[in-house]
Every structure is written in C-alpha cells, then in structure tokens.
Design a protein. Structure first.
Length: 480
C-alpha cells in the first residue's frame, strides 16, 4: 500500500464531485448535480446535502476500499443561516447573489476606509461577501435574522451535517469578510457592524480532524467507516493545493468555465487598489489570487456562434494554423469583469477585425484574450512584491495544448501541467490525508512542461500593450 485511502468532496454551485484516492493512487470519481436553484444565486440546502450523499453512494460502488479520512472544499464566498438546532433558516446564498450590494458603499464612503478594510480582511468591498449579506438579512429580512443562531458557508453546513462539529477553517473564514487575516481572529468592529458576535459563527479551527458521524450516511457508511473528517476549505485554496501549490512562491493557473490565478505566500500581500483577494490558510501561510470572468465560457459561446458540434470541437481547435499571427484582439468580458477591475457591467470586444478573418482567427483571439486577462492580474500581483518560483496549470483548458502554450509564451515562464482532472476535490482529499499523515508521499506530478518560446516575447509584449490600451478605454467607458 502506497498510502491510506482518502475522500475529497468538492461542493460547487451546480453539483457535488466526490473523489476517492485509492491506496494505489488510483482515482475514482462520482458526481451528483443539483442545478442552479432559483436562478438568482440561491441553492436549497436539502438539495445540496442530498447530492453529497448521492455522490458518496455512487463512490461506494466504484471501490471496495475504505477511506481513513474525508476532506471538503466548497465554492466561496457563500452564506446560509442555521437555527439553534442546526437546521437551515435561509437558502444558501452563493457568490452570484448580490443582495448585499448597497451596504459596502454605505460603510465605506471614503476610499481610504475601503482600503483599510481590504488590508485587514483580504476581501475587496464586493457584494458577494457574507458580511454584506448578513447586514442585508438583519435590516431587510429581520424575520429570518431573528431565527438565526449561526451563520455559515456551504462548506461548514456540509461538514457540520457529517460531523456534528461547529468548526470553520481559516480558509473559509477568510471569505466571510469578517476575519482579520493578520491576527487570525474574528474582528470585533466588523462583527458589531454586521450585527452578530463571535457566538454567531462557528469556532475557528486549525484543521483538527473529528470522526465522521454516520447518522446521515445510512447504507453508504462502509466507504468511510471509522474515517476522520477535516473542516471545509475554500475551493479556490483547495484547487491551488491540488495542483501542487502548497509551497510559498508557487503560482497556479486554472481555466475552466472561468479562470483564476493563486499563489502561496509567507506574508499577506494585497494589491494597492484592492484588485485581488488574500486568505489566511494556516499559521503563517496565506494564498492570494484573482478570479476572472472569462475562460471556457467565452470559447463555448464562440462554438455556438459558429455552430460547431460538441463532438467536433476538440478536433477543430487542434487543426487551427496557430503559427498565423494575423487575428483580432479580444477583450474577454462577455460576462462582465471580475479581476482586475471589477466592472460587473463591462462588455467584450473584438478589435482589428478584417474581412479575411474567419472562424479559426476568432477562436485564437478568444484563447489569447483570456490569457491576457490573467497576465494583467499576474502583473498587478507582482506589483505587491510577489516572487513566483514555479507555475502550475490545471483545468479544462489543458485539453487544448495551444492554450497552455499561450500561457507559457505570454507569461514567459515554464508551465508545469499537472495530471489532475479534478484539482479541487483532489486537494481536499490530499489535505485531509496529509493532516493525518504529514510525511505521506502523495501529490500531483508534472505531466508535461511547456517552455516559453523566446521568439514570441516581443510580439506578445506589443500585443499586450495594445490590450491594455483597449482595456483602459473600455473601463473608462464603463465607469462613465
């Protein structure tokens, strides 16, 4: 046996992925979907937990081994209220819910106050953070607020149901907008503002593991008999660690439906204009990052525009003449902008379009524009003094070698492609396993290394300068 088996649960906004990491390093996967709730950034807690049990049940059909530990990660930020008995009072408010929009502006009319808040919590003043939603419930939904005993995220809700333990990791707590990430403590002033005390939140945990409770597991307990379970962490941090990003200086880039950059730090680093997030993940270790609103969503939008069949798409992209450098410049904000500028109403654009440009030219433009968006975020992180020693890549874009090569050429850095299909679930399993067995030798291995093409350096520097000029104009138009 190489190592004891472990389970990782990735609880997202559309479904649950369960990963079983076998003792021989073989991975088994199971999935259960629950849709998108009412379409307004809300999910039904019962539907979500039923999906967790369903995914575990399907996983138990794929292996005869029994896991010694369970790790959980979940989409953050998110929020729901529980009553004194631990039952949901509200639906689950995901990051897509913007009910707290008005409160950040009321709290921080002076930009310097907003900056001070960001530097304390690592959270930009954005409506999707729980601090503003708690304020919304207190002032607009007092009948729900009065019934609430605890405010938790999606991950804590599932962890509590599986363990009966009211604990929250520093990673999840950092996404509440209420934690001082320098001291590792809930901030009294911010708690007072939101209208709750520390007793309204789960206790901060240093990752202590507790036994799984089988009260809800019924016939599927065999896969996790006598297992220990670890408090949930944020999906952003779990995916980063899942591709091998746990060491200080390692940066990971993922592009799935959307894209993200994350880097592990020995000190908290915040962009001067609050354009990144920063989470405390454990004692004296932080992860900073950016999330963009572009990636596979833009590419598949273009697939539909050109009527490319799903089964033909990979072949179409593989046969593009990528050496041809005559294609438009793409501003990838079809779905609004997150990082770096947080312009929710920004729109996308193709520039320098010619009559000679056809389908392949636009496909290349979309892939390039997405990487330019990430590179813009990367440069702004480096303004804070971040030194990157290694770059790892994972996500759906790894099925397109040209896209990964673009990342290497534009970043002018070698890219280590991790052979991990579900980095967030894998990171959750790995985190639990290494908590129990710190010296266990298991982790992602580089499947392929993409080296930068030095001959492309000046070309992409020039084109990125054009991208920045176009971005600044578009941002000004949006602000105006």
């Amino acid at each position: 046996m190489i190592h004891p088996p472990a389970i990782g649960l990735d609880i997202g906004t559309s479904g649950v992925k369960a990963l079983f990491l076998g003792s021989d390093n073989k991975i088994h996967l199971a999935q259960a979907d629950y849709g998108k709730g009412d379409g307004a950034g809300k999910l039904n807690p019962k539907t979500v937990f039923d999906a967790v049990l369903s995914a575990l049940s399907r996983l138990s059909e794929r292996t005869r081994e029994c896991a010694v530990c369970v790790g959980i990660c979940s989409a953050v930020p998110s929020l729901l209220a529980l009553d004194a008995g631990g039952e949901p009072v509200t639906e689950i408010y995901t990051w897509e819910d913007l009910s707290g929009t008005e409160y950040g502006g009321h709290r921080f009319r002076d930009p310097s106050d907003a900056e001070a808040y960001f530097r304390k919590t690592g959270c930009p003043v954005q409506a999707f953070y729980p601090i503003w939603k708690i304020k919304f419930l207190r002032e607009k939904r007092p009948e729900l607020f009065s019934r609430a005993s605890k405010f938790v995220s999606l991950g804590e809700y599932v962890f509590h149901r599986l363990s009966r333990t009211p604990a929250i990791s520093f990673s999840s707590a950092s996404a509440f907008g209420l934690l001082d990430i320098h001291r590792g403590k809930w901030d009294a002033e911010l708690l007072e503002f939101s209208g709750i005390g520390e007793n309204g939140l789960f206790s901060l945990s240093h990752g202590e593991m507790v036994p799984v409770s089988f009260h809800y597991l019924h016939g599927i307990s065999a896969i996790a008999e006598n297992a220990m379970i670890k408090p949930a962490v944020g999906e952003n941090v779990s995916a980063h660690f899942g591709v091998g990003g746990a060491e200080v200086g390692v940066l990971s880039s993922t592009i799935g439906t959307t894209g993200a950059l994350r880097v592990t730090l020995g000190r908290p680093v915040m962009d001067l204009r609050a354009r990144n997030w920063c989470s405390l993940v454990e004692d004296r270790k932080w992860v900073a990052g950016n999330a963009i609103n572009a990636g596979g969503n833009c590419l598949f939008w273009l697939k539909d525009v050109f009527g490319i069949q799903e089964n033909d798409f990979l072949g179409v992209v593989d046969n593009i003449a990528f050496e041809n450098e005559d294609y438009p410049l793409f501003l990838p904000f079809l779905y609004g902008e997150k990082s770096p500028g947080w312009h929710e109403n920004m729109t996308g654009a193709f520039l320098n379009v010619k009559a000679s440009h056809h389908r392949d030219a636009f496909l290349k433009s979309v892939m390039e524009g997405t990487v330019f968006n990430l590179f813009d975020c990367y440069n702004r992180l480096r303004e804070g003094g971040i030194v990157v020693s290694d770059i790892r890549a994972a996500g759906g874009f790894c099925y397109f070698p040209y896209w990964v090569q673009l990342l290497a050429d534009i970043f002018q850095s070698s890219i280590n492609l991790a052979n991990i299909s579900e980095p967030a679930a894998f990171g959750a399993a790995l985190g639990a396993l290494k908590t129990l067995y710190p010296d266990v030798d298991v982790g992602p291995r580089a499947e392929r290394i993409f080296a930068p093409n030095d001959s492309k350096r000046s070309y992409y520097l020039e084109k990125f300068a054009a991208y920045q000029k176009a971005y600044n104009y578009l941002a000004a138009q949006t602000d105006g």
